[in-house]
Structures are given as C-alpha cells and as structure tokens.
Design a binder for this molecule. Structure first.
Ligand code: MV4
Length: 595
C-alpha cells in the first residue's frame, strides 16, 4: 500500500479521498490554485502545494507541474478524482513515464472508450447489447436512410464525436430524414469538426441505469450493483439512487455481467461505470463507459457497505479486490442529491458569493454529507459550483426518500441562491416517490418542480421574518436595559411605542425588487400582524437561529439567518430571503432624544 499520495483535484472529492487515505494511514499531498489557498482540502492534507493561478488550465490541468510536485513531495501515486485529468490518457502516460502510479485505468482503456463508435465496436465484440442501429464508417446518406427505414421511426442521429447529449437529433418520420441528417452533420462539423454520424432506434422513455464495476491487476472483475440516474436536467444528473427501483435480481445479474464483459474487453483496472439505457420492456443497451470514479459513487458505497476509494487504493497498489462477486451484498436503499450554488428560478444560473451562513444536517448512519466547503468560504466562479453531495441511506426507498426530504430541510445556506428548495420539491414529488422514472422526468413535471412559494399567510415567510425582527428587538432591548446604554445598535432605534397611541409600527422589508410592509400591533402577549392583507396573531421565541413561532395558535418552527439586516428564513418550503428596512420612525424623535 502507498505511504503518500497526491490528490490532483479540489472540492468535495479531494476531501473525500483524503478522508479514506488518512483512515488507511496514507499521507496526502494536496494541490491548489491561488483561488483555493484557504480551501478545505488544503487544510485537510498533510502537505499542499500551489500549482498556479485560478483558471483550471493554469492549475489543476497543468500535468507537468503536478507531476513535478508529486516527485518533489515523494508521492508514490496520484488520485485524479473526477473531471480535470481523471480521463486524460496522456496524463496517465506521463505518470507511467515518471514511475508514479495513476490511481485509475491504463491509458489504453481510456483511449478505447474515447470514441463513441470505437467503443460500440468493442462492445459488440464483447457481446454487450447495443441499441439497434448503424455505427459504420460508410456515411453514404442513402445507406444511413436505408438503415433508419429498416429500424422504423423514430430514430436518433448521434455525432460519434459528440457526448453528453450534444450532437443528437431525433428523426420522427422518414420524410424528415434527409433534412435532419444535413442539419445534424452541419452541427457536428461546427461543434466537433467531425460530422461522422451513427443512427440508432430512438427509445422514447428510457431510464439511465449504470453499473459500478471494479477490476484489479490480477484479472479479477466484479460489479457492485447499479445506480439509477434517470432524473437529469440538460444531461446533468440531479438525483442518483441505488439500487434502481424495480430492478430484479435476474436483470441486475444480466446487466452486471454485461458491464464486466465491457470492462474486461478493454483490459480495465480500477473503478469504472458502464452506462446503459434501460427500456420499458426490460431490454438494456450500452450507452457509454466512464473510466473514472463517478460523482455518485457514495450511493453504491452505502448499499454495499464498501469504501470505493479504499478499493481504488488497494487495486492501484497491486492488491486483489476485497470481495469476490458472490461476497458482494446489497442492503437498503440510498439516494444522493447535489447541492449547488445556482438559481433554479433563473434557469439554474450558477450563483457565487460567500457562504455567510451554513448549517448541514447532522451526519449519522443514515445521513452523509460530502462537501469541500465550510461556512465563510467563497463559492468560486472558476470551478463547478457544487457545494456538497447529500447522501441518505435507509432500509427501503420510501424511508430513504422521506429521510432525504427532511435532510434537505436541515441543509441551510444563506448568502447565495441554492437548489435545495428545487431538490426538495423533486424528492417530495408524488411521481418521483412512485418511482415513475425516465430521462424525461424533469421536463414532464416542470410545473410542479418550478412553481413559486405556496402556503397560507401564517406560513408566509414574511410573517416569520417580521416576527423574528420583533423578537430580536425585544432581546436587544432587554440586553441594553441590563448592560450599556449603547444606542448605536440598529435594534435600539427600533421602538414601536408611541405615547397616547395604540402601539403600532410598520416593519418594512425588501423582497426581491419589491418593498413590503408588515403592520404590527403589540398585544399583551404577542403581536397582531397584517401580512399581505391578512391579519394573524403571532407570538414565539427566538433561541439562537431557531424561531419557535405560533400563528393563530398554530406552531411553526423555522430557522433564521440574519446578517446586517439581510434575513433568510428557512422553512420546509425552502429558503426565503428579504432585507429588513429600518422602521418608519419620525426622525425628529431622535433629534429630540438626541438633543
Ligand atoms: C439515447 C436516448 C434514446 N434513445 N439513445 C443522452 C446523452 C447520452 N448519454 C445518450 N443519451 C440518450 N441516448 C437512444 N437510442 C436518450 C438519451 C437521453 C438520455 C440518456 C440518459 C440520461 C439522460 C438522457 C436525457 C436525454 C436523452
């Protein structure tokens, strides 16, 4: 086993690899860009070396610099994580030339999977099922049309140089074929400088089911069950779960053995994933093979009880696989969501900013948080804006989803837009809970997933925000009564009492671009609030960031983060942001008081 490894990555996966390496007594060298000097993975490592400025091309992709750091620090192996250099065959070659172990597959295996059509030819020979179609070198349009007519429509035109959904075009009828082929070839030439096409039978409601495979250097290969990653948005995975709902033991075995044949056909070593399209009739077809550890590997870890990074380290150091196929067991159900700094209401535009306030669900045997950021960290514009992966396990799917829904409520971030509310709506969606999964899920349920804040006035987060300011002011005034007469605090200026009048006040907020006002009357116990035209009797108490509220006698708990008047209210409906505007008090009062 290695004594020291270099992690050529950042963020959550770098932290995750370091955690396992440290558990195995392996020292870790981190690399970082100038933008990541204070990053979590740097703090966790035993050593850390800056490899260049923020842009990935000048830092995390600088192969020679990274190899130089590995040599200088005496790292025996490099873990690439995912992304960056993880599927870069020339980098694997350079590691070999430098006599440094690349923790992953041989360069030849990465190259073999690099081209769609080459990969399909290899799979065909390995008796791995392919979608019916044509992926030959002869690109005569008449030939392509003939194959399409024979298959029957709809068919799918795919650029062999494409990937991740790019360069695909569905042809619904024969009379559209010629124009569609011309357009697809033009797009492929523009996009990939290669207009070679393959054509396949188009599956209208497929699921994306992928098999985790592992191979050691001694010819052993196993599959570690499957993951269902059908819920995607623009070919980005949103939710991943294991096992795939409704998967039979027979189908699992058939797909697993096909995946192992695929891995063995390319002399694979290490962790790999074979992606399949699973049709409604139970047929499955090879899509592509990923020659790296996937983002979603934790759901496989939770149902098999295996640490896949430990397997990678053992396999790369020449050990045999920890389990034989018969020893692989699966138990329970796991689901993962990716917490992103992005704005679902603004076409998921990446958000940046500082994690002013960050509270995560408590981790235990059911809940795991793989993250690379801490409260106060900046989410950088230079890299993928993923904040964390939230992974949950339970005895069955229903319990796992219920626990995920609750965990999402407890994942509280203020200071930037996140997708937690969108994720919760997805996890709570009835069709999702019924496992009605296919790759068109998000489009099909767009209305439910993207609608705005629901809820009655008493659940109205503005009422919670107003109650928070009133309780906070009460606490502040109590503190001032006891301590100094500091009148500089914004809370001191906030006083609802006027002589000879029924006590009343308007608390004003800015919500988005809109100003909103909450009328407040003090009562002997609590307040009467007028929120968006609704009257509600409110009371409660504030303990740190926990607001225990009562509206019209209904108790509601919320969490509130406040920073210089910027308030974020967290409820099970998501995070609500507003800015508290100082109360409309006549300034002369201060002048009189102030003299
Ligand atoms: C398909 C398909 C339907 N029929 N091939 C999308 C990107 C690449 N992974 C392959 N993809 C698809 N290939 C045939 N013959 C539907 C998709 C597809 C898809 C596949 C997996 C996960 C999400 C997807 C989203 C849209 C389309």
């Amino acid at each position: 086993m290695f004594n020291k490894i270099l992690i050529a990555n950042r963020g959550e996966i770098a932290c995750r690899v370091i955690r396992t390496a440290h558990r195995l007594g392996i020292r870790c060298v981190a690399i970082y860009s100038e933008a990541d000097a204070n990053a979590m993975h740097v703090a966790m490592a035993d050593e850390a070396v800056c490899v260049g400025p923020a842009p990935s091309k000048d830092s995390y992709l600088k192969m020679d610099t990274i190899l130089e750091v590995a040599k200088q620090t005496g790292a025996q192996a490099i873990h690439p994580g995912y992304g960056f250099l993880s599927e870069n065959a020339p980098f694997v070659q350079k590691c070999q030339e430098a006599d440094i172990v690349f923790i992953g597959p041989p360069a030849s295996a990465i190259e073999a999977m690099g081209s769609k059509s080459a990969a399909k030819r290899i799979m065909e020979e390995a008796n791995v099922p392919l979608v019916p179609g044509y992926h030959g070198e002869d690109q005569d349009p008449a030939l392509l049309k003939r194959h399409s007519d024979e298959m029957g429509y709809p068919v799918l035109l795919k650029a062999t140089a494409g990937g991740g959904g790019k360069g695909m075009r569905v042809v619904w009828a024969a009379d559209e074929f010629d124009s569609a082929l011309d357009a697809a070839k033009r797009e492929a030439m523009n996009g990939f400088a290669d207009d070679t096409m393959l054509v396949e039978k188009y599956l209208t409601k497929p699921r994306h089911v992928e098999i985790q495979v592992f191979c050691d250097k001694h010819g052993n290969s196993v599959y570690l069950a499957e993951r269902d990653c059908s819920v995607q948005r623009r070919h980005q995975k949103v939710v991943e779960e294991a096992p795939a709902p409704g998967m039979s033991d027979e189908l699992r075995k058939a797909m697993g053995e096909a995946a192992v044949r695929a891995a063995e056909a390319i002399g694979y070593e290490g962790a790999g994933t074979v992606e399949f399209l699973l049709d409604e009739d139970g047929s499955f077809y090879f899509m592509e093979m990923n020659t790296r550890l996937q983002v979603e590997h934790p759901v496989t870890e939770l149902i098999t009880g295996q640490d896949l990074v430990e397997w990678q380290l053992k396999a790369a150091s020449g050990q045999t696989l920890p389990l034989s196929q018969d020893e692989v067991q699966i138990n329970g159900h796991a689901v993962e969501v990716r917490i992103y700094a992005e704005d679902p209401d603004n076409d998921f535009l990446p958000a940046t900013g500082k994690l002013e306030y960050l509270r995560t669900p408590e981790e235990n045997r059911y809940v795991r948080v793989d993250t690379g950021v801490r409260e106060g960290d900046e989410v950088s514009i230079y890299y993928d804006p993923m904040i964390a992966k939230l992974i949950v396990w339970d005895e069955n799917r229903d319990r796992a989803m219920q626990r995920m829904s609750q965990a999402l409520t407890e994942y509280r971030i203020a200071g930037m837009k996140t997708n937690t509310h969108f994720l919760k709506r997805l996890i709570d969606n009835s069709a999702f809970r019924a496992a009605e999964l296919d790759t068109g899920f998000i489009e099909k349920h767009e209305e439910d997933l993207f609608s705005g804040h629901g809820g009655s006035h008493s659940a109205n987060p503005l009422a919670l925000a107003a109650l928070y300011t009133l309780l906070k002011q009460g606490q502040q005034r109590q503190a001032e009564a006891v301590h100094s007469h500091d009148t500089t605090s914004p809370w001191h200026q906030f006083n609802g009492w006027r002589l000879n009048e029924e006590p009343a006040l308007a608390v004003r907020f800015k919500v988005g671009d809109e100003e909103k006002s909450v009328q407040v009357n003090w009562l002997n116990q609590g307040f009467r609030l007028s929120v968006d035209g609704h009257i509600v009797i409110a009371d409660g108490k504030l303990e740190d960031d926990v607001l225990k509220a009562s509206f019209n006698g209904h108790n509601r708990n919320a969490f509130v983060a406040e920073l210089e008047g910027h308030i974020t209210v967290f409820t099970d409906q998501g995070a609500f942001e507003c800015q508290w505007l100082h109360p409309d008090l006549d300034n002369h009062e201060f002048e009189e008081e102030g003299g």
